[in-house]
Design a protein around this ligand. Structure first.
Ligand code: ZN
Length: 175
């Protein structure tokens, strides 16, 4: 495994342990040449997936990209990193076992929306608003009505509407 710092191919595995509920192996490595430390993950991949974009362009499916987009929606929400990992792993398994090699970005988006709807109402609204390209308040209202119909224990407040600036305010108040 090439060192991301100096490009050397001499790295040593220092530690190797199961991660993400045994669906991955996490390896801590150290570069023999520059001493840089980095982590690699080994995961099962059932099949190579191709994502068909709205434009028709095809790109290889990228787990990290999916993970990052969900991470953005979950920013400052009380969801642990591990839970996010499990969510992503579950989504990837669903995609890999769908029987199709090519999936549209729209299908992926709807899967994520459905998963977030279960996990966290605020992240759900954030992701849906970006993904479905909300244009006005009516779009938010309709999605909030959907939430109101399935949420009973979650506290749903003003922050469901928050943009980043408001989210920052919320953080400050809790300090
Ligand atoms: Zn190095």
């Amino acid at each position: 495994m090439r060192c991301p710092f100096c490009g050397s191919e001499n790295s040593q595995v220092k530690d190797s342990r199961p991660s993400d509920e045994n669906s991955a192996i996490r390896r801590r490595r150290i570069c023999s040449d520059c001493g840089g430390r980095f982590t690699t993950f080994e995961r099962v991949q059932l099949r190579d997936l191709i994502v068909v974009k709205k434009s028709g362009r095809k790109v290889p499916f990228n787990r990290d990209k999916l993970s990052r987009s969900i991470e953005v929606a979950l920013r400052k929400r009380p969801i642990e990193q591990e839970r996010l990992e499990r969510l992503v792993t579950g989504l990837v398994r669903q995609l890999e076992s769908s029987g199709e090699t090519e999936i549209t970005s729209a299908e992926i988006g709807e899967l994520v929306i459905a998963a977030l709807r279960e996990l966290d109402p605020v992240a759900y609204v954030r992701f849906a608003s970006v993904y479905r390209d909300f244009r006005d308040a009516a779009d938010f209202e309709s999605v909030l009505r959907e939430i109101a119909s399935d949420v009973s224990d979650h506290r749903l407040g003003r922050d469901a509407f928050a943009d980043d600036a408001d989210a920052d305010d919320d953080m400050d108040k809790t300090k």
